[in-house]
Design a protein around this ligand. Structure first.
Ligand SMILES: NC(=O)c1ccc[n+]([C@@H]2O[C@H](COP(=O)([O-])OP(=O)(O)OC[C@H]3O[C@@H](n4cnc5c(N)ncnc54)[C@H](O)[C@@H]3O)[C@@H](O)[C@H]2O)c1
Length: 212
């Protein structure tokens, strides 16, 4: 994506040798990937919509740079290093992981004692989840739905599954655009928070049949 491209440019300007692959084949922007190669000489292995096999081949190709540091978004690369490219761990001194899901995966590995090198949990930083998850994903989720469906949100029922950082952001923005927002949540404290924030809260079984 363009955001990742700017990170790559910054790392290169700082003197790093970098290689990039996708963390999600559906979010790759092919023109951005091509520009990184063509204008900045940054090795980029990603094609929008690439199949499972190509996705993993590209991760392998990016890893052929033999990194000192890994910067992951979802823990697929770190998972592949641990499963198939353990030789790379000799020279890797550490890494970062961006996402909620990735941090959950890596924390489970750390708890089992199988995480092979230290990784900074970026998602745990206040400056990540308070802002990126809540405001960034809160906005971009609705932006994606609107671009795909061209629907008017006002008067619609929007069910938000989970009142975590992303869920809070999605719920408040959907309400701001006139939707009737129903929240489902398994954590009782967060469920109360959603009630106190003025949302309807109910189990998913019931939420699916709420009509606007
Ligand atoms: N695409 C993006 O840009 C982006 C950015 C950040 C996070 N994410 C993803 O969004 C998801 C949520 O991230 P987050 O930071 O909000 O996590 P979070 O842990 O803050 O919130 C998740 C919430 O879901 C609740 N939950 C779990 N199982 C549930 C169930 N069965 N029914 C109802 N609620 C349930 C949990 O109790 C929790 O409150 C993760 O998968 C994360 O990786 C995507």
């Amino acid at each position: 994506t363009t955001e990742t491209a700017n990170l790559m440019r910054t790392l290169k300007e700082g003197g790093a040798e970098v290689a990039l692959c996708a963390s999600n084949p559906l979010s790759t922007q092919d023109d951005t990937a091509a520009a990184l190669v063509h204008h900045y000489g940054i090795s980029t292995f990603a094609i929008k919509g690439e199949d499972h096999e190509t996705y993993y081949r590209h991760i392998h190709q990016a890893l052929d740079i033999r990194p000192t540091l890994t910067m992951d978004d979802g823990a697929d690369t770190v998972g592949l290093i641990h499963n198939d490219r353990r030789d790379l761990m000799e020279t890797i001194i550490g890494g970062t992981e961006e996402t909620t899901t990735g941090v959950i995966r890596l924390r489970a590995m750390a708890n089992e004692g199988v995480l092979g090198y230290p990784i900074v949990a970026v998602n745990d930083a206040l400056t990540k989840h308070l802002f990126d998850n809540r405001y960034g994903t809160g906005q971009s989720t609705l932006d994606g739905i609107l671009r795909c469906t061209n629907m008017l949100l006002s008067g619609r029922v929007v069910v938000v599954a989970g009142y975590g950082w992303c869920g809070r952001g999605v719920a408040s923005r959907a309400r701001g655009m006139g939707a009737r927002v129903v929240v489902t949540e398994i954590d009782p404290t967060k469920a109360i928070e959603a009630v106190m924030d003025g949302f309807e809260v109910m189990p998913m079984e019931g939420a699916g049949s709420v009509r606007g």
